[in-house]
Write a protein that binds this ligand. Structure first.
Ligand code: AHM
Ligand code: MG
Length: 346
């Protein structure tokens, strides 16, 4: 009786697959191939989730002993997640080129007679992975482009497109539940993985982000190396002005997807600026900033380098870093005004 009731409850939700098929007809580039690509990504996400849920029981914690292309210590789960996504995308046959945070070069997928893949997928297979051992949420971020018509072969140049050319982007947050959020440029939708049936269910339809939020997320340990405008903006947010909601609260997991997801739903601003240590910022343009910028904009928010729109930056290299201000629209605009010296502390 109880299980019947449970199945009825589940049946009230649309599955990701049903949703993708419904949306398929509304995309001008739709042939079914894009839907299949999204399905491949969601299958990889389920596999990564499966590994993650067993972390601590089976031996997937810890470091591989390798330093990745970013000069960062590679975790076992980083590599596992990278392999799951590459395998799913290769097997699916819709993707012609993969760029991954865990691989120095772009990975071409050989065009065989059965592989006519025309999509480029750039991804951070496991963002925030240094948090896994302490059970803080981590995530996957992905960005999708078309192989440009004039290009026969998928080379790195094909991947170096500005964010405005994205045809899809999304993330998966492996948290208290596993949630997949994506956009194809027609709004943002979120799906929660129901582990009992192994399906992502539409739980967050048509996500919009508040224009202003009560939280900001930044590693304030780096405060001494922030530029003056940012220091002033932080002090402004900390001022006691109950009439306009100040002081704001700080929330910083040190796990971009988790911080972004919270701010998207509740309103807030995530900042990773240039610092003395990371002179161009820490986050990567192609598979961290651009995809989440696409989602932020589609939800009514914004993403900026501090001086311009993230998605208009012309990329020079796959692993390029960029300063990032992303989240609620008014908060991103406030940050830009402080950085431009147009505003100060009142
Ligand atoms: P990663 O892609 O190697 O995991 O690094 C990116 C992470 C983000 O998830 C997070 O917001 C940031 O690095 C935290 O950096 P810091 O510890 O410097 O605050
Ligand atoms: Mg990352």
């Amino acid at each position: 009786m109880q299980s019947e009731h449970k199945l009825e409850e589940i049946g009230a939700f649309k599955t990701l697959e049903q949703f993708i098929i419904e949306q398929q007809g509304t995309l001008d580039h739709s042939t079914g191939a894009f839907s299949r690509l999204l399905r491949d990504i969601s299958v990889a996400a389920k596999l990564v989730n499966w590994h993650m849920r067993r972390a601590g029981i089976v031996d997937v914690f810890g470091k591989t002993g390798e330093i990745n292309v970013q000069g960062e210590v590679q975790q076992v789960m980083d590599l596992l997640a990278h392999k799951e996504f590459v395998r799913a995308l290769k097997r699916g046959g819709e993707c012609c080129l993969i760029g991954s945070e865990e691989h120095s070069e772009a990975i071409p997928i050989r065009a065989g007679k059965d592989n006519k893949g025309k999509y480029i997928v750039l991804l951070d297979p496991l963002d925030g992975s240094s948090n896994i051992e302490v059970n803080v949420s981590v995530g996957t971020i992905f960005s999708i482009y078309h192989l440009p018509d004039h290009m026969e072969e998928a080379t790195l140049d094909a991947a170096l497109q500005p964010g405005v050319e994205q045809i899809g982007a999304g993330y998966v947050v492996y948290g208290s539940s596993t949630v997949l959020v994506y956009t194809t440029g027609q709004g943002v939708n979120g799906f929660t993985l129901d582990p009992s049936i192994g399906e992502f269910l539409l739980t967050h339809p048509d996500i919009t982000t508040p224009r202003y939020g009560g939280m900001y997320s930044v590693n304030e340990g780096n405060y001494q190396s922030f530029e003056l405008g940012l220091k002033k903006y932080i002090k402004w947010m900390q001022q006691e002005r109950p009439e306009d909601g100040r002081p704001l609260s700080t929330r910083y997991f040190g796990s971009f997807v988790a911080d972004f997801h919270r701010n998207l739903l509740m309103g807030g601003l995530y900042i990773y600026p240039a610092t003395h240590k990371n002179k161009s910022g820490k986050l990567r343009l192609m598979y961290e900033a651009n995809p989440l910028a696409f989602i932020a904009e589609q939800a009514g928010g914004a993403a900026s380098t501090g001086t311009g729109r993230i998605m208009e930056v012309i990329p020079e290299k796959l692993h390029q870093r960029i300063p990032l201000y992303i989240g609620s629209l008014d908060m991103v605009r406030n940050a830009e005004s402080f950085l431009a010296g147009e505003r100060g502390i009142d």
